[in-house]
Write a protein that binds this ligand. Structure first.
Ligand code: GLY
Ligand code: MN
Ligand code: MN
Length: 435
């Protein structure tokens, strides 16, 4: 991602919040895992979107129209001793020369400089409701600004959650972001193909998790977008099964929901396939139904359509299919109205996808209506069926869980499935597994 991309995004945010406002966006902090060992660091998505600055603890300040520069960055001080232990630091100078900051200062200068930046602005856009400690610091800076100006200049009285404006920008992906999402999708799709080739009865679920993570990391996606789900047999009916500690059994399906994160962007793919490489007839009946629902849902994903349209399309296909298979009884339209599918399909058909796997952005307009899809938005389409292991369903279907999930970019004239590289046609899966 080039420096000019970040510059363009900061300018877009500045334009949205207006010349009276100021925005404060903090980087992620390091968090301890145990006894002096930290969790792997992942930059805050909002902060990364606006700056590309990779270090923890930094704070970006965007001050629209400010004469001495609109982008001020506070970051960790260079420190040869700490750098020898913990790694290189960019420092204030590097933030200006290599990261596009108009001005940069060390974190030690925050309490002195922040009140000066706040003075003269009427509105503050900042995180609200996520980090009480940081919000207390903001209140402290506002207090200092009020004390220093003593009413001679305005100090922000209105606080707006940063996401109100920033997340509308993040929701519509720019071409540079789309390129990264394509790559995240390709790497992850290739990972799923590798698992289809590797899978066999007796293999631990963990072996497939390990193989997926290796494939992603080896292709440049070191972090996963979320913990991989490798669910053999009835484990697939637990939606967020992440134990991945059973063995895969002959005659069962395995559901794999896994996606890598490439340069800050997520992929989110689910494939379900037979452990031994051949679908049984009942497995195939349910699989074909989920696939039909998924294709119907993808077909309606286009600009101007409601973000709820794919879900409605999937529900219609699934409900009619459940009647056809004898799992539901009655008039499909009435069953649909009643939500009779819910014991077998209890989640929505998709969500926004971007830097976060469950990406930011509102799903409804101010008046509560579902919003319309627009070019540049990316959604997942992920219907499923989860058959309880009890008398509600015919014996042949009990304990079968299936989900098929793709990542779909809305384009000017329709959509593009970013995750096409992972086979979902059952015959294609069987052919790949036999090869
Ligand atoms: N992998 C999480 C989800 O599909 O929403
Ligand atoms: Mn998923
Ligand atoms: Mn998903």
């Amino acid at each position: 991602m080039s420096a000019s991309e970040y510059q363009r995004r900061r300018a877009a945010l500045a334009e949205r919040i207006g010349p009276e406002a100021i925005a404060i966006v903090p980087a992620a902090r390091e968090t301890e895992r145990n006894a002096g060992v930290n969790h792997p660091f992942r930059q805050d998505s909002d902060f990364r979107y606006l700056t590309g600055f990779p270090e923890p603890d930094a704070i970006a300040v965007i001050v629209p129209g400010r004469e001495d520069g609109e982008f001020v960055l506070f970051c960790r001080e260079r420190d040869p001793e700490r750098e020898q232990w913990d790694g290189r630091r960019i420092g204030a100078e590097g933030a200006v020369t290599d990261h596009g900051a108009d001005q940069a200062h060390t974190l030690a200068e925050l309490d002195q400089r922040m009140p000066e930046l706040l003075a003269g602005r009427t509105r503050l856009h900042c995180p609200i409701g996520a980090d009480a400690t940081f919000e207390a610091r903001i209140q402290d800076w506002l207090g200092r600004a009020r004390a220093a100006t003593r009413g001679s200049t305005p100090v922000p009285e209105t606080l707006t959650r940063i996401g109100v404006d920033l997340h509308e920008l993040r929701l519509r992906k720019d071409p540079a972001e789309i390129a990264l999402m394509r790559r995240a999708a390709e790497i992850s799709a290739e990972g799923h193909r590798a698992l289809m080739r590797r899978c066999r009865p007796g293999l631990p679920e963990l072996s497939l998790e390990a193989e997926f993570q290796y494939r992603c990391a080896d292709a440049g996606a070191r972090l996963q977008a979320y913990p991989p789900i490798v669910a053999g047999g009835a484990n697939a009916c637990i939606l967020h099964y992440t134990e991945n500690d059973a063995r895969l059994r002959d005659g069962e399906l395995v559901l794999i929901d896994a996606g890598g994160e490439f340069e800050g962007y997520a992929a989110d793919i689910t494939r379900t396939f037979p452990v031994n490489g051949r679908f049984s007839t009942p497995q195939r009946e349910l699989y074909d139904l989920v696939l039909e629902a998924q294709r119907a849902a993808i077909a309606v994903a286009c600009p101007g359509a409601s973000v709820d349209a794919p879900h409605q399309a999937a529900l219609g296909v699934l409900t009619r299919g459940l009647v056809r298979l004898g799992i539901l009884e009655g008039d499909p339209e009435t069953l649909l109205q009643e939500g009779a599918y819910r014991p077998y399909y209890m989640h929505r058909t998709g969500h926004w996808l971007g830097m976060d796997v469950h990406d930011v952005g509102r799903y409804r307009d101010q008046d509560g209506a579902w919003r319309a899809l627009e070019p540049g938005m990316v959604i997942t389409v992920e219907p499923g069926l989860y058959m309880p292991d009890d008398a509600r369903v015919p014996i042949a279907y009990r304990g079968i869980g299936i989900r098929i999930e793709d990542d779909v970019l809305i384009t000017a004239d329709g959509h593009e499935v970013l995750t096409e590289g992972a086979p979902k046609d059952p015959e294609e899966i069987e052919a790949l597994m036999a090869s």
